[in-house]
Design a protein around this ligand. Structure first.
Ligand code: CMP
Length: 236
């Protein structure tokens, strides 16, 4: 499929931001762009399931996805949320094995998709792509290790504060009274991201609300700086 001019511009813009492609010359990027196809998914649709045998790599041009593990009982553990400019699917692309996790669109999303063989050709042509991709993989591994450390050693309260710290860095706004404003998440969504039960998250939040450390508004959380006393306070 030949990409439309508008899609080419969009793919080129994001390719430049991905470490694995960021160091390529403009000419090379222009050539690689032609290897991509565009796919769109509606909010809530599954891009692929864990254990699927597909091997394409995806770059998020628009939208947001969650990378998630689903149990047979329907429980969910969200490994990460990915946004515009992020990529996923590189593990099966590299080793040809089944998908390590499921990916679900959280908003209506558009992806640039690269087939495994095209990617392998690109690496043969530019071995720097492989080195840069390794750096991204190492970063993901470090983040995963940090998360395992949290799961192994931190109580639900501390894991919750860590999650809030990350969300504030990504999207939080500091208010005049020094409280941080965040888009509200359901207790279930929080539980799925910190590996806790919904009940234990609700219990901890209830306690923090009664201590005035969290204010739960209609669609926002207001978080007191005192919540981060034992953890480095987020910088904004
Ligand atoms: P793949 O295994 O092909 O399909 C699922 C994708 O989810 C995987 O490639 C990675 O892109 C991504 N993924 C899996 N585990 C993690 C993780 N712990 N952190 C970030 N991304 C992940």
């Amino acid at each position: 499929m030949i990409l439309k001019e508008k899609d080419k511009l969009l793919v080129g813009k994001f390719l430049k931001r991905i470490p694995a492609f960021g160091n390529l010359s403009d000419k090379r990027v222009d050539q690689i762009i032609n290897d991509f196809t565009i796919r769109t998914f509606r909010a809530g649709e599954t891009v692929f399931y864990q254990t699927d045998m597909s091997t394409d790599m995806y770059i998020i041009l628009e939208g947001r996805v969650k990378v998630t593990l689903l149990s047979e009982e329907g429980d969910e553990f969200v490994l990460t949320d990915l946004n515009q400019g992020d990529f996923f699917g590189e593990l099966s692309l590299i080793d040809g094995n089944p998908r390590s996790a499921s990916v679900i669109a959280e908003e209506d999303s558009t992806f640039a998709v690269l087939e495994r063989n095209r990617f392998l050709d690109a690496i043969k042509e530019d071995p720097d792509i492989a080195i840069d991709l390794l750096k991204s993989l190492v970063q993901r591994l470090r983040t995963a290790t940090e998360r395992e450390e949290s799961l192994a050693f931190l109580a639900v309260h501390q894991r919750l504060v860590k999650l809030f710290t990350k969300l504030i860095k990504d999207e939080g706004k500091k208010q005049k009274n020094n409280f941080y404003l965040l888009k509200k998440r359901t207790h279930k969504e929080i539980a799925e991201r910190i590996g806790a039960s919904r009940e234990s998250v609700s219990k901890v939040i209830k306690k923090l609300v009664s201590g005035n450390l969290i204010i739960e508004g209609g669609d926002v959380f207001l978080l007191s700086p005192d919540l981060f006393e034992d953890i480095e306070e987020p910088t904004d």
